[in-house]
Design a protein around this ligand. Structure first.
Ligand SMILES: Cc1cc2nc3c(=O)[nH]c(=O)nc-3n(C[C@H](O)[C@H](O)[C@H](O)COP(=O)(O)OP(=O)(O)OC[C@H]3O[C@@H](n4cnc5c(N)ncnc54)[C@H](O)[C@@H]3O)c2cc1C
Length: 521
């Protein structure tokens, strides 16, 4: 049995990015994945009707397209089929009673014109924010892509201070601490703009009143308007297929259907992994876990877990998510406006109060009476994912309880997700039908993935938490997954930890895998 330089546990995009980087530097690299398909939370499959390709989880690849990993390895990946489809109209929101909407599109002038139609004052505020983004973006994105804490981050902060001055730094600090509602109401007067941006907090677990959430609507708004959204050509899994092929070319290996059950540690050093099918595989230089810290510092390390790893092992999940995939005869006939068919995401988010209420219902264990919906329309941009003239719809219900204890609408009895997922999906379809009359009639097939299904496919999505851990301030920056564990170190020699549970968190930016790979070579 050959001894590998590095064994990576988990073929999420971070694990694969790390493996590819190491293999490209000559390391003998092996990736072990428990599922039969690599990709973790980035997978595409025909789960409704043959010929309809659905992004089961992530659909928006903007983070990957803009990542440092892609900047370095993009050419190699392109040779293995990686291609993006640009979406110049990244997102819109239907708000209020469902008859009004506002969208954002690439290009300042176009977005300003849309915003001015609801509030000239908000258009001015938007323009000022765009100018602010121009000054801040290189620093903010630099920091979001740097190891924390590190001299590199300290240097970035120093440069940021010199460029922005004390007042500029104070502005950034306020932004990082603000809740979405405080930031949105401070900057915009119209419900339209507030509802356009607030759902981006809930793509993570920042309801309007959670401190620290303002950053995400700000970055998505400004980046979306400058760069649009990137989708994967043919499906989001194009990044996974390209990484797997490039890994093979670089001499690395991926084994699927192989689950790691234990990491062997002796003399304070990680030596080997044991798989559930009884193999013992040694690594000479590194074992890299792309897994949830509850698993790493729990069953995988067992008694070998360092005494001070208890906090990391308790990383709190965010609320759960459900995915509903539809094969459709036609795009939704949006009641609020036919032009909505031309946006990648349509958020159904009536008001900030509604979003706040949904979040509180989910935290209280209740099925929300009407969840916030993210409705993805990938075939509006990439028709190759469905037969000619047909479409797929990607519907995400945010946010839900991991274990339902009741129903805020008083209609569905508390039961495990496997028993009620189809019933709850009917509620979501009713909402869609109200916003897009005739939708039900155009459904050719559907697939509902409950929070329990998400975790079954990928144990990193604990309780159906799409984020692999809440991103609230006490679990972000230097606290992800715990203070002292934020630089992908575990306290055990040669054992490293990457993935959405580590800094810089969830999303398809491949940062933890790439930065660790960089660090090691
Ligand atoms: C429904 C949903 C929608 C999302 N939408 C978007 C989006 O549009 N855009 C975006 O940027 N982000 C999105 N995200 C978030 C993003 O997809 C994830 O944060 C990211 O893909 C996580 O990547 P990762 O490499 O850290 O780990 P994961 O993708 O979680 O992969 C970890 C892998 O490790 C494997 N594994 C775990 N334990 C073991 C073990 N013991 N042995 C072997 N293998 C193991 C798992 O099976 C899994 O394949 C979404 C997530 C979800 C769930």
């Amino acid at each position: 049995m050959p001894i590998h330089d590095a064994i990576i546990i988990g073929a999420g995009h971070n694990g694969l990015a790390c493996a590819l980087h190491l293999a490209s530097r000559g390391w003998r690299t092996l990736v072990l994945e428990q599922a039969t398909t690599p990709g973790g939370a980035v997978k595409t499959a025909e789960v409704t009707v043959p010929g309809f390709r659905h992004d089961l989880y992530a659909m928006n690849l903007s983070m990957f397209a803009g990542s440092a990993f892609h900047a370095e390895h993009g050419e190699r990946l392109a040779r293995h089929g990686l291609a993006f489809v640009p979406a110049a109209r990244p997102f819109a929101s239907v708000y209020g009673d469902g008859s009004t909407w506002l969208g954002l599109e690439q290009g300042l002038a176009a977005t300003l014109a849309r915003i001015a139609s609801v509030s000239p004052r908000d258009a001015e505020a938007w323009q000022a924010l765009d100018a602010r983004f121009e000054r801040e973006a290189p620093h903010l994105f630099g920091l979001m892509g740097a190891p924390l804490p590190s001299w590199a981050a300290a240097r970035l902060l120093w440069r940021m201070g010199r460029a922005l001055g004390l007042a500029g730094m104070a502005d950034i600090a306020r932004l990082l601490l603000s809740s979405p509602r405080d930031w949105l109401t401070e900057n915009f007067e119209s419900d339209a703009v507030r509802c356009l941006l607030a759902p981006w907090g809930l793509h993570l677990d920042f309801a309007p009143d959670v401190a620290g959430g303002a950053l995400f609507p700000y970055l998505e708004a400004m980046a979306g308007q400058r760069f649009g959204m990137a989708l994967g050509q043919g499906g989001a899994d194009v990044i996974i297929r390209a990484m797997v092929a490039a890994l093979g070319e670089a001499g690395g290996e991926l084994k699927t259907g192989v689950s790691v059950r234990r990491i062997e540690v002796s003399s304070g050093r990680a030596q080997a992994v044991e798989t559930t099918d009884g193999q013992r595989l040694e690594a000479r230089r590194a074992i890299i876990a792309n897994v949830h810290p509850r698993a790493l510092y729990g069953p995988l390390l067992g008694a070998a877990a360092p005494a001070n790893s208890a906090r990391a092992g308790k990383l709190r999940p965010g609320p759960a998510t459900m995915m509903i995939h539809l094969a459709l005869d036609a795009l939704p006939n949006w009641r609020a406006g036919a032009e909505l068919q031309t946006f990648a995401y349509v958020h159904l988010a009536p008001s900030l109060d509604h979003i706040a209420q949904v979040y509180n219902q989910a935290l209280a264990g209740l099925l929300p009476a009407e969840p916030v919906l993210v409705v993805g329309q990938p075939t509006a941009f990439d028709p190759s994912r469905a037969p000619a003239g047909k479409h797929v719809l990607w519907v995400q219900a945010r946010v839900l309880p991991a274990t339902p204890q009741g129903d805020a609408a008083g209609q569905i009895a508390a039961a495990p997700w496997d028993e009620i997922k189809e019933i709850y999906a009917e509620r979501v379809l009713d909402m869609l039908e109200r916003h897009a009359p005739g939708l039900r009639q155009s459904i050719l097939g559907r697939c509902v993935l409950s929070p329990a299904d998400l975790e079954r496919d990928n144990p990193n999505l604990v309780g159906g938490d799409s984020l692999s851990g809440s991103h609230h301030l006490d679990q972000f920056f230097i606290f992800r997954p715990a203070f002292g564990r934020s630089r992908w170190r575990t306290g055990i020699d040669r054992l490293f930890h990457i993935g959405a549970s580590t800094w810089p968190g969830a999303g398809t930016g491949a940062a933890s895998g790439y930065l660790l790979g960089h660090d090691l070579t």
